[in-house]
Design a protein. Structure first.
Length: 273
């Protein structure tokens, strides 16, 4: 009997081992694994999936509103519950948009409009606005023949302290009322350093946040961020890993009382997250 038990145990272990997938040279790397997490329906936290929408919310071409089916509401409740129980976390809402989609009035692009729509919906559920931040990313969206796509948004939890202590890596300044970069002798060398930093850290994103003086607006701030992204792209940086944001005139670093001070506010801040 003892020998029979040992034989059955050995066979069981052998069977389980044979069911394991074989490793190959084509195994998914860390960078690919991170990109697989970043798909519609996943709510991320620290590079892992925290929640999954059972029914995918849908965006409509040229529209800011995102429709949540009944099966997705429970996940929104879970997001609310998670934030209540994790005061050290905040929710980043990223609106996706296609280059062919027009920008609605009051927004620099449709992605920001979609992010604002989602933020408003979550505010109505009781989530404090200061627990959320919005951003936008341009993607090639695959709309169906009805103009629908399940790729109009991303949700991710990020540490509050990371946002507060997210040191600016560099600042690039711009000419008044324009999205033209002021001469910066070291910017090309910085581009090479930033490219090496992204290559060495597959999960890292470069974030460009545009700012203006009090005469500007969020659209001009985004145009400046886009101009800097285009500059980096011309010199080999992978712009698919660049996130664009705009604060417009809302976060000056100097009083808007002199030409010198106003020039300090016409800027794009660069940081990595």
């Amino acid at each position: 009997m003892r020998n029979t038990t040992l034989l059955l145990l050995t066979l069981s272990i052998g069977f389980l081992y044979s069911c394991q997938p074989e490793k190959s040279d084509d195994a998914v790397g860390d960078a690919d694994a991170a990109s697989l997490l970043n798909i519609p329906g996943n709510v991320l936290g620290d590079n892992e999936v925290i929640f999954i929408f059972p029914d995918l919310p849908l965006a409509t071409m040229h529209e800011a509103a995102i429709a949540f089916p009944e099966g997705a509401v429970a996940t929104l409740d879970s997001i609310h519950h998670f934030l209540r129980n994790n005061p050290d976390q905040m929710l980043r809402i990223t609106g996706m948009y296609d280059v062919q989609e027009s920008s609605p009035e009051g927004f620099e692009n449709l992605g920001m409009a979609r992010a604002a729509h989602l933020k408003e919906k979550l505010e109505q559920m009781g989530i404090a606005p200061e627990r959320m931040q919005t951003a936008s990313v341009m993607e090639d969206l695959s709309f169906d023949d009805q103009g629908k796509v399940a790729d109009g948004y991303r949700f991710a939890f990020v540490p509050v302290q990371e946002q507060e202590a997210n040191a600016v890596d560099r600042i690039v300044y711009f000419w008044a009322a324009e999205n033209l970069i002021r001469w910066d002798a070291d910017l090309l060398d910085y581009t090479q350093d930033a490219t090496e930093k992204l290559n060495a850290n597959p999960g890292l994103k470069m974030v460009l946040t545009g700012h203006t003086d009090y005469n500007g607006n969020h659209l001009l701030g985004m145009m400046r961020a886009e101009a800097l992204k285009d500059y980096f792209g011309r010199y080999g940086l992978d712009t698919s890993r660049v996130v664009l944001r705009s604060e417009g005139p809302d976060k000056p670093v100097a009083p808007n009382d002199t030409q010198e001070n106003k020039s300090m506010n016409r800027r794009v801040e660069i940081h990595f997250e």
